[in-house]
Design a protein around this ligand. Structure first.
Ligand code: KIV
Length: 289
């Protein structure tokens, strides 16, 4: 695997070569470093952070400043991956001017490499303006969680009459407007496959079957952080929720019994006299990488 920074051109070439794109969400520097080291091509600072980090029931309360804050952390942790900043609810819906200004803020203040916004043809003009301004845009169609109340919940999209045509036309319009990629969320696998064949930009599926050019999952779901959340489209690659609880209950018990810390995990005056400078450097993160 090349260590060169992944760009929107890399992603396009991956589609052309038939190489699948691996994308995950990331919200902080430590996770970004781990996901990047493991070869993830794209890190999305998704507004899903409203649910998995902030504990809201939907993504609607997330603000532009919060996404920018998490983008800065992720950009610091990532070396190779392309970092996408999610445009949160009502940061681009009111006007094109507002959309361009806010996407610019996310790039300047957050340091992300591109932005993602939800919606199809209705945002084509905005996508065109952003791309003209030098801001690469990833589209997102199908289940668009910011329209939770409009859609009546987190429901599979495109099953109704006309759904297939609407999704196909949205994807084509986003490509024509200049989007470099499109997320297809919670749509039937055969429609996702058809869209993927119909556009020359990469499609990234979540709950959209295997026919997409890449896949994305919320990293907390892929790692099984929430034992009570397991929708059909999620594959858990770990059960970190259970493992974290087990490790922490061990720590709590060690603290209560006095088993932690041990002498080896403590400092002493005698030790300091023997090596006078050692005590000053309790730990160092400088030059750690
Ligand atoms: O916010 C997010 O995490 C997303 C992905 C699920 C695609 O939009």
């Amino acid at each position: 695997m090349s260590t060169k920074q992944v760009t929107i051109q890399t992603l396009r070439q991956m589609k052309e070569r038939g190489e699948k794109i691996a994308m995950l969400t990331a919200y902080d520097a430590t996770f970004a470093r781990l996901l990047d080291d493991a070869g993830t091509d794209v890190l999305l600072v998704g507004d899903s952070l409203g649910m998995v980090v902030q504990g809201h029931a939907t993504t609607l309360p997330v603000t532009l400043e919060e996404i920018a804050y998490h983008c800065r952390a992720v950009v610091r942790g990532a070396k190779r991956a392309h970092v996408v900043g999610d445009m949160p609810f009502m940061s681009y819906q009111a006007s094109h001017e507002q959309g361009v200004t806010n996407a610019g803020k996310l790039m300047k203040d957050g340091g992300c490499h591109s932005v993602k916004l939800e919606g199809g043809a209705v945002h084509a003009e905005l996508v065109h303006r952003l791309v003209t301004a030098g801001i690469p845009v990833m589209g997102h169609i199908g289940l668009t969680p910011q329209s939770y109340h409009q859609l009546g919940g987190f429901k599979v999209q495109g099953r109704d009459i006309g759904g297939r045509e609407r999704l196909l036309s949205d994807a084509r319009t986003l490509e024509e407007a200049g989007a470099y990629s499109i997320v297809l969320e919670a749509i039937p696998a055969d429609i996702a496959r058809e869209i993927t064949a119909a556009v020359s930009i990469p499609t990234i599926g979540i709950g959209a079957g295997t026919g997409c050019d890449g896949q994305v999952l919320v990293s907390y779901d892929a790692l099984g952080m929430d034992e009570s959340f397991k929708p059909r489209f999620v594959r858990r690659y770990e059960t970190l929720g259970a493992k974290i609880k087990e490790a922490i209950s061990h720590y709590v018990s060690d603290v209560r019994t006095g088993a932690f810390p041990s002498d080896a995990e403590s400092f002493s005056v005698a030790e300091n006299k023997a090596t006078p400078t050692a005590m000053d450097q309790v730990y160092s993160t400088v030059g750690k990488k």
